[in-house]
Ligand binder design. Sequence first.
Ligand code: PBG
Length: 346
Amino acid sequence: MTSLLPSAQPAAAASTTPGFPASRPRRRRRTAALRAMVREHRLVPSQLIAPYFVTHGQGVNHPIGSMPGVSQLSVDGMLDREVELALEAGVRSVILFGIPATKDAVGSENFDPDGIVPRAVRRLRQRYPELCIITDLCCCEYTSHGHCGVLHGEYVDNDETLPILGKAAQVHADAGADIVAPSGMMDGMVAAIRAALDTAGHTECSILSYAVKYASGFYGPFREAAGSTPSFGDRRQYQMDPANAREAMLEARLDEAEGADMLMVKPALAYLDIIHRVREASDLPLVCYNVSGEYAMVKAAAERGWIDERRVVLESLLGMRRAGADAIITYHATEAARWLVDEARV
Ligand code: PBG
């Protein structure tokens, strides 16, 4: 028996947890009700954020080859239908990525009030007033060179990119976005965007900063979906080195100091340790991005019958919650929300 009296025993031995056979953790796993009662983490549909790729034209539903179930959608009944399915399943938030009509050196459509994202926001805001609308602010879908800012030679100029992000944020907020999400990993982007929003009177528009975004091979399918593959080089001069964890704390603290309302870690599955560490370092809400390559891998294995997609998806998403994410951007949002309701895990 473990004594309650102070003793000279080392800390581990002083634990009050009795060993086997008195302690049998399996007792608590015996029935579904017991397991549910002691379950430590939960995943509910309102924690999922559904991404959409919006494009010009009418009646467009252009499937992305490497992302089965995901399409570029025109801003009409095509987008409405997907959003309605998401809402019916219990998803309440979306994030929009735009496929522009034309690309240029500075990515002008990103800050054009008639651009595809502002159009989509206005439509969704009007039709689904209760929907939480997030817009991605990055320039790479809109620039002819596919980089996330203004180029000087082969260098993405940080400070010249900031006013563009501020302008894009203002235009997206004018259209009705609840949250803007800068994903370009420019230094000072949160401060610049906050100032631009406040000057334009958008003090209520939040900033979800892609504070900790790694230069990742897992973005491959997204670049097909968004047509945003860099025309030369890669994004390592602005996105983070996957080898760095301490630097993630620095990025998170900077963005918090600049006024970010929420932080993001991206990708998710290979970075669960980073999610956990940012969770401990900041009290801001934390979002993680379960990215395109993570989605594509699961879909590919499931199509071959090698894994049970539903189990693997819910297990992965729950893992992200356990690591410390409050909310998750995932291409599985609608499907996962249906599965969750079905399992009554809500
Ligand atoms: C834009 C952006 C990217 C993603 C989200 N915003 C691509 C990139 O940085 O290359 C990736 C999302 C995904 O892979 O699902 N910068």
